[in-house]
Design a protein around this ligand. Structure first.
Ligand code: ATP
Length: 365
């Protein structure tokens, strides 16, 4: 059995149905990220898990204990759920020093002064802010304040750490640094972490698993690389990846006994029938920018395109190519020297292609 189970969660705010049958299993030690656009229900799910909100339907199990059951009106208080929370706005006490803010978390536990000091110092050390222990929050940068908030959350050694967009108030450079810090912290502590964000790079770089939310539902739960390579829904394929995925209108038809033929602005692509779970004619073909290769000289089986824009970024070059009715985005490592309006010949990696039912958004290959 999983360490945390969310089963059939449904939540309403007045008449608004904000969570629609949320089912999720989280293993002990996972770094699970709830990813999705604003308003899709990530924070509400986290708050249900924390015991800060109640659901009308569904069960939450932590360890071997049912901590919430909507129908039975059983809701264990947050303190009985083995967890701690870190919010976006650090919520530190302004009149307390860093040390006092962190030791505050230990209040009510029967510990002597020496034990408290040791635990607080270990937490501050882990977040690399021990030298600031006598400062007040107003004497710290945003990044340092967030480290204090995290130190306060881990000082009690919770089994589960919930983090709700903890990096969103930090500037871009600090956010990148803190991603690595949080990942290191997770590796060191082995605590189960559940992290809410709408930043897909943050999710991809830190998580062991990602749950993609959309309009109150979970569309896919997977390891980051699996989610990137095989999004199971068009919405996931749109949301994950930077630069963005390419989407092409296509038709998929039977072609002989054992193959299907997919026709789009990338030409005719044949695929074994066994790779197609369902034969749907009206489909969308996706290809990642790094799976498109560009040649200035004609190649066998290549499709012709016209260069529209070239965006060099130093380590890589993003190239916009007009190909029939489609505008494709290709990514090349290094410097790509292409002239706008010149003709190029493009090929795509067959393994990089995914096909979706246009009507339902579900992947069919
Ligand atoms: P964000 O990234 O913007 O925080 P989210 O995915 O975390 O978004 P939620 O905060 O879970 O989304 O909100 C889901 C829906 O529930 C939204 O439509 C929101 O307006 C609504 N909602 C959230 N909290 C309340 C509340 N206390 N009262 C009424 N509606 C709420």
């Amino acid at each position: 059995m999983a360490f945390i189970t969310l089963q059939g969660l449904n939540k309403y705010f007045d008449k608004q149905h904000v969570l629609k049958d949320i089912n999720l299993e989280i293993e002990e030690g996972d770094f699970m990220t709830f990813l999705g656009p604003s308003g899709c229900g990530k924070t509400t799910t986290l708050r249900l898990l924390a015991g800060l909100e109640t659901q009308e339907e569904g069960i939450i199990v932590i360890g071997d204990k049912i901590v919430a059951d909507g129908k039975a009106h059983i809701f264990a208080p947050p303190a009985e759920r083995q967890l701690n929370l870190v919010f976006q706005n650090y919520a530190l006490w302004p009149h307390m020093t860093v040390f006092e803010n962190v030791s505050f978390g230990l209040e009510g536990r029967k510990l002597n002064k020496k034990e408290i000091q040791r635990k607080v110092e270990i937490s501050l050390e882990k977040l690399q802010i021990l030298t600031y222990k006598d400062r007040y929050p107003s004497e710290l940068s945003g990044g340092q304040q967030q480290r204090v908030a995290i130190a306060r959350a881990i000082v009690t050694e919770p089994k589960i750490l919930l983090l709700d967009e903890p990096l969103s108030n930090l500037d871009a450079k600090l956010r990148v640094e803190m991603r690595a810090e949080l990942k290191r912290l997770h590796h060191e502590l082995k605590t189960t972490m559940i992290y809410v964000t709408h930043d897909q790079i943050e999710a991809m770089t830190m998580s062991t698993k990602i749950a993609v939310f959309s309009e109150g539902r979970i569309l896919q739960v997977d390891k980051p690389i699996q989610l990137y390579q095989y999004p199971n829904h068009l919405t996931v394929a749109q949301f994950i990846g930077n630069p963005a995925n390419n989407f092409l209108d296509a038709t998929c038809k039977e072609h002989g006994q054992t193959t299907v033929q997919i026709q789009s602005d990338l030409g005719k692509i044949e695929m074994s029938k066994q790779w197609v779970s369902e034969l749907v004619e009206d489909v969308v073909l996706t290809v990642r920018p790094e799976d498109i290769s560009i040649s200035k000289t004609p190649l066998k089986n290549a499709v012709t395109g016209t260069i529209k824009t070239v965006l060099p970024a130093g380590s890589e070059t993003i190239v916009h190519i007009r190909c029939g009715e489609s505008l494709l985005l290709a990514k090349e490592i290094g410097v790509g020297n292409y002239l706008p309006d010149s003709t190029v010949y493009i090929k795509v990696k067959a393994e990089g292609l995914n096909i979706y039912d246009r009507a339902t958004g579900a992947r069919v290959n």
